[in-house]
Ligand binder design. Structure first.
Ligand code: SF4
Ligand code: SF4
Length: 242
């Protein structure tokens, strides 16, 4: 098997898992009509002092899981990005750069929490209907695909996703990360050029650190494309980041 085929095989496997979860979550939410697990509902539950499903799910997804598995939820389990990654497998903007707009997702999350709590205090706590939630999830997928050309196929995850911002924040201290071997790295930059989140694995390898970048979603693409096999997943505690 040549390298190109091997790379595609791993990424295809990961995307197949993501699409399975897309089908799973959509069935759970919109076919079986179970509870809504969004951050909006979690905020309403917190404000009303309810320890409900959305609150527990948000605690697990946004705080506890990132402290163990970093941002892996975003590239293995989340409900929207499977479609983004499928698209990115064939059409993807490469060589993404870091910029200040990456902080926009933190602002969006803060506004969502603020307005949620404000409405609650004003006695206007309306839980979103199933139709509204479905429209929101479909809109995210459509807009994410539309903006894939100018901003990369993970544009929603990079710039806007409110729960993604919380996951990103806590992921810095996660045990699962990508690690590089400085002796193998030839500084070719292939890892950075191909990263869907604009992370420079090369810089971390060169400084002897594991990738503790909050934008890293642990998709493993850099480990696939590195021609020197210098990158791999590793699971341990980093003294420096705690
Ligand atoms: S792709 Fe591999 S060899 Fe090239 S810069 Fe990244 S880690 Fe180093
Ligand atoms: S650094 Fe590697 S694992 Fe992290 S998002 Fe970029 S390609 Fe994926």
């Amino acid at each position: 098997m040549d390298d190109g085929v091997k790379i595609m095989a791993f990424q295809k496997k990961r995307i197949a898992i993501m699409l399975f979860f897309t089908a799973f979550w959509f069935t759970l939410f919109y076919v079986l009509g179970t509870v809504e697990l969004s951050l909006t509902v979690a905020v309403l539950e917190i404000g009303m002092g309810i320890v409900g499903a959305a609150f527990i799910f948000t605690l697990l997804r946004c705080i506890i899981t990132p402290l163990i598995f970093g941002r892996a939820f975003c590239s293995w389990v989340c409900w929207s990005p499977g479609v983004f990654d499928l698209f990115g497998l064939y059409k993807s903007k490469t060589n993404l750069r870091r910029n200040k707009w990456l902080y926009l997702k933190y602002v969006v999350a803060a506004l969502l929490i603020f307005f949620g709590l404000r409405n609650l205090l004003a006695g206007n706590a309306n839980f979103p209907t199933q139709q509204v939630s479905l429209m929101k999830d479909i809109s995210v997928i459509i807009l994410g695909l539309l903006f894939a050309f100018p901003f990369g196929h993970r544009n929603f995850c990079r710039y806007l996703c409110p729960p993604g911002s919380l996951i990103a924040y806590f992921s810095k201290w996660g045990l699962l990360k990508i690690e590089g071997e400085i002796t193998k790295c030839k500084q070719c930059g292939t890892c950075k050029t191909n990263c869907p989140m604009g992370v420079s694995a090369k810089s971390y390898v060169q400084s002897g650190d594991r990738i503790y970048d909050r934008e890293c979603i642990l998709c493993g693409k850099c480990t696939d494309v590195c021609p020197e096999n210098a990158l791999k997943y590793s699971f341990r505690r980093d003294k420096d980041t705690w």
